[in-house]
Design a protein around this ligand. Structure first.
Ligand SMILES: Nc1ncnc2c1ncn2[C@@H]1O[C@H](COP(=O)(O)OP(=O)(O)OP(=O)(O)O)[C@@H](O)[C@H]1O
Ligand SMILES: [Mg+2]
Length: 326
């Protein structure tokens, strides 16, 4: 018995259960000469909350718009639940909800009626409207016209609309922009709740504290590229530093010794004189004991060796400044 199979085209890779919910493969988006997004590759697993963090104009919204299928990449491919957005957009977008740059609602209808229309279009029971209105705490304002809503209320309704069909992937651009402190707190509580139910969330923000509080993984964007990504711990842990105190006369020798230590990237201040009042900051992969041992071997006794615990802000500023200097 013989069997012959001729494969002329590569077979589509079936979406393995547990495979990535979202995958960006080498995505580039150009607007004329401007590269808004440059060779971005990202993978997001189920239940993750990925935060795209970056300065204004770094390409966060463009990336989210590409994921939502509102714009097409110049090159590269987006896969959602294993479906290519290019070859199978309906399958890819079926299970996605998003709020990108303010949602389109009718100003002359109430918030509630707007959501009821969305529910009807999607064939959802009206009970879902009540559920999402409660989720975004908009029950009291549900009968007011959307046109009369404040910016924060519009934002909330947009989120309600994004969640109404219980999508497995939720994409949110600056979800707390325009929200008051109570609304901001509620939104930051809602996202982990969604994630705990298995929903995957991708959000863009330039608010470090927001990303720090809410996201399980962070991708830092700058000038269209992802310059670093990982869990908060990974991003922080990637930059161990030590603060070393020696007497001023010992400083020049200490700087020399620490610069020679295996794993050292920098010693600041790099020379005697510059900020000679302060302590030395050693950026090294070496442990505190190694730092101490090296100094002692050179006859220097440090009065203090202390780890510098980074904040997301310090990591972000260092990474983006280094990127900008490139
Ligand atoms: N439709 C467009 N046409 C031309 N250029 C665009 C377009 N959309 C975005 N850009 C440019 O692409 C770059 C990235 O913009 P994007 O809106 O993605 O940044 P962002 O990270 O979301 O910024 P912000 O923090 O201000 O929201 C910017 O230089 C922007 O001017
Ligand atoms: Mg934006």
């Amino acid at each position: 018995m013989t069997s012959t199979t001729t494969v002329t085209e590569p077979l589509p890779v079936p979406h393995a259960p547990g495979g990535p919910v979202l995958e960006l493969r080498g995505i580039t988006k150009q607007y004329g000469a401007l590269t808004a997004v440059s060779s971005v590759s990202l993978t997001v697993a189920a239940g993750e909350i990925l935060g795209l963090l970056g300065p204004n104009g770094s390409g966060k919204s463009t990336t989210l718009n590409l994921v939502m299928g509102f714009i097409k990449p110049t090159s590269g491919e987006v896969f959602i639940h294993g479906h290519s957005l290019r070859t199978a957009p309906r399958d890819a977008l079926e299970d996605v909800g998003g709020l990108v740059e303010g949602s389109a609602f009718y100003p002359y209808l109430s918030g509630r009626l707007n959501l009821e229309m969305v529910a009807r279009l999607r064939g959802l029971p009206v009970s879902r409207v009540d559920e999402v209105l409660a989720q975004v705490d908009l029950e009291r304002a549900q009968h007011r016209l959307f046109g009369d809503y404040s910016q924060g209320m519009r934002q909330r309704l947009g989120v309600a609309g994004a969640l109404i069909h219980r999508p497995r992937l939720v994409v949110l651009d600056e979800p707390t922009s325009g929200l008051d402190p109570a609304g901001t707190r509620a939104m930051r509580a809602l996202l982990p709740l969604l994630a705990s139910q298995g929903t995957t969330v991708v959000l863009a923000s330039h608010l470090l504290t927001e990303v720090e509080q809410v996201c399980s993984r962070i991708a830092i964007m700058q000038a269209g590229s992802v310059i670093a990504s990982g869990s908060l711990d990974e991003l922080m842990g990637a930059r161990p530093r030590w603060r070393v105190r020696v007497t001023p006369p010992e400083r020049p020798r200490a700087i020399e010794v620490l610069r020679a230590l295996t794993g050292t990237r920098s010693v600041e201040p790099p020379t005697e004189g510059a900020g000679s009042e302060g302590d030395l900051q050693v950026d090294t992969s070496a442990g505190g004991a190694d730092v101490n041992r090296a100094l002692i071997a050179a006859g220097i006794v440090a009065s203090e060796i202390e780890p510098i615990v980074p904040t997301l802000e310090s990591v972000f500023i260092e990474l983006t400044e280094r990127g900008a200097a490139r």
